[in-house]
Design a protein around this ligand. Structure first.
Ligand code: AKB
Length: 310
């Protein structure tokens, strides 16, 4: 069952590639990205997601039967170049969906995000099927992407599965270009400098999830029988909700001299347009989703693992 992961050197891709290799075997998982991994853990191919011919070549050369399509530009970076972001995020997905249809790929995973929500969306809690009017080009591309996944399933029977990830926090890969990145950076700065200047305001609550839970959600969703997957656009999945102030207070329990300052920038407006709390009832009912990590457990684990690594 050779699997292709696109965007495999990103924050989630790095860990997902490793997790899939642990389950299915190193040689069964082909990592691809526009940049090389620092520490390759198995087969890797260079891939610019806009090079459609190259995607076909890789799929044919490796007899790919499953694709985890993670290549994308995130919310904050996307605002510097909206057209490029739309092209990579949406046209990249369309190439993957069309290839999956033509090549009869068995399963496709597409990560959506809480960035699909906007100011017309109820924030606390945010249910599964709510009004969406995203404020960033990243959110727009993911909202449109969700609809294309739904369409390919309805029209062509493609087995495509999709989660709306909250901000993801992990110790083993760097976040980059997102609005929730502060929640990873803060740990590195707390341990190395004892201080951090946050680009979001103290009370900005956002939904978050620990990497271990995000991996479990992705792999559990992909392993369930197709008939249990009732939604082909993004499932809401919740971890916990927190503000920078909540996180700083929790870090201070482990690092008493830790100091935080707040200097909100353009990412503040993006964060304010998103959800505060996710209602993931439908994921719980359809495929038994339940997060394990809360703010306390996540913080303790991050500090323990990073203290060891740094
Ligand atoms: C971002 O901040 O852009 C991402 C996301 C929530 O999708 N982490």
């Amino acid at each position: 069952m050779p699997i292709l992961v696109t965007g495999a050197t990103g924050q989630i891709g790095t860990i997902l590639t490793r997790s899939l290799r642990e389950i299915y075997g190193t040689d069964q998982v082909i990592a691809s990205d526009i940049r090389r991994p620092i520490n390759a853990t198995g087969p890797f191919v260079m891939l610019d997601i806009l090079n459609v011919q190259r995607i076909y070549e890789i799929v044919e050369d490796h007899n790919i039967t499953e694709i985890y399509h993670l290549a994308a530009i995130l919310s904050a970076n996307g605002e510097w170049n909206p057209e490029k972001t739309w092209n990579i995020n949406l046209n990249g997905l369309l190439s993957i969906l069309e290839l999956a249809r033509v090549k009869k790929i068995k399963k496709v995973f597409f990560p959506s995000t809480i960035a699909v929500f906007g100011k017309t969306t109820p924030r606390k809690p945010t249910g599964q099927d709510v009004p969406i009017l995203p404020e960033t080009v990243y959110g727009m591309s993911k909202a449109a992407g969700e609809m294309w996944c739904h369409y390919y399933h309805q029209r062509y029977g493609l087995d495509v599965r999709c989660l709306r990830y909250p901000g993801i926090i992990g110790h083993d890969s760097d976040a980059g270009g997102g609005t929730t990145d502060y929640a990873v950076e803060i740990f590195h700065e707390a341990l190395s400098q004892g201080a951090y200047t946050c680009f979001l305001a103290e009370n900005t609550r956002l939904p978050m999830m620990y990497m271990d839970d995000a991996m479990r959600a992705t792999i559990e969703l992909m392993q369930r029988p197709s008939k249990e997957i009732k939604l082909r656009h993004g499932y809401n999945v919740a971890g916990f909700s927190m503000s920078p102030g909540d996180l700083a207070a929790e870090i201070t329990k482990h690092i008493p001299h830790f100091e935080i300052k707040y200097k909100p920038d353009f990412r503040q407006a993006i964060a304010e347009s998103w959800s505060e709390e996710i209602d993931d009832q439908q994921a719980q009912e359809d495929w038994g989703w339940k997060a394990k990590f809360d703010l306390e457990l996540m913080t303790a684990d991050m500090i323990e693992k990073l203290s060891f690594e740094l």
